[in-house]
Design a binder for this molecule. Structure first.
Ligand code: C5P
Length: 257
């Protein structure tokens, strides 16, 4: 099964407060997006990448993607109002049956129907299911091994796979007043990360259902699919707040020593 990666990078980054979209913030000699893209491009069996960019920074992201040496097609598309809409935009940009070794990134922002941009057999992905890995640009130091672990589990037959880590805090479910409703047993909880992996046709079906969620696995759960959690990695932390950025800076410093 070939692999497509969607990198969602269209968030505003308001909680980071850097004055520009989070994915374009620099740490350790590159933007969060560049770090994510460089790792994603090494995934085994990679056929294409869709980078989902903030509408306000499409040109900047396209230039930045041009600067990263890619061995496959890289689409750049505009994101949506929330993460679910941005993933849907990335999914729509993926094309079927790529077989060439194009190295030039493509700007697909003005392509309304991506299926018209290729003369490949539209049935191609019915013949060979494709793995789609959906990754948050903000988890820019996710090791390649996590991508491979997730993709392997999809190849082994799981429709939906997420990386996750045990949680250290006791977690409470509260009602709208903040009153505790329940305390799930901690040993059964996992904090999930990205990339999350899916059989492409099932992810497309989940997005067509019109449900919205903070991760894609939740969409498949709601449609009754089993979702497997494989081992995540502490380095796959998400840069959200200024404190996360400090952690990211320390992380890159530790890599260079
Ligand atoms: O907001 P949060 O940190 O959960 O975002 C996770 C990822 O989703 C980030 O990489 C962000 O750029 C992306 N995102 C997006 N489009 C949105 C909101 C978030 O691509 N509208």
């Amino acid at each position: 099964m070939s692999v497509a990666v969607i990198i969602v990078a269209a968030g505003s980054g308001s909680r980071l407060g850097a004055g520009l979209p989070k994915a374009l913030v620099e740490v350790g000699g590159g933007t969060l997006l560049e770090h994510s893209l460089r790792t994603a491009l090494q995934v085994t069996g990679l056929e294409q990448v869709a980078v989902v960019a903030p509408t306000s920074h499409l040109e900047t992201v396209t230039e930045l993607v041009h600067g990263v040496r890619a061995g496959c097609v890289v689409h750049v598309v505009a994101g949506g109002a929330d993460r679910t809409a941005s993933v849907a935009a990335g999914l729509a940009a993926l094309v079927d049956g790529l077989g060439d070794d194009t190295t030039e990134p493509r700007d697909d922002s003005d392509t309304s129907d991506p299926s018209e941009s290729t003369d490949a057999d539209p049935q191609a992905d019915l013949v060979e299911p494709q793995v789609v890995l959906v990754h948050d640009a903000a988890r820019c130091f996710t090791p390649l091994e996590v991508y491979e672990r997730v993709a392997d589990a999809v190849r082994e037959g799981w429709v939906a796979v997420v990386p996750g880590l045990p949680v250290v805090d006791t977690v409470k479910v509260v009602d709208e007043r903040g009153v505790v409703h329940s305390t799930p047993p901690r040993a059964r909880l996992r904090a999930v990360q990205t990339p999350q992996g899916f059989v492409r046709s099932e992810l497309e079906a989940a997005h067509a259902s019109g449900i919205s969620a903070t991760d894609d696995a939740a969409l498949l759960e709601q449609l009754g699919h089993q979702v497997l959690v494989v081992e995540g990695d502490p380095s796959a932390f998400k840069v959200t707040t200024p404190a996360d950025l400090v952690r990211a800076q320390r992380h890159t410093a530790s890599l260079s020593t």
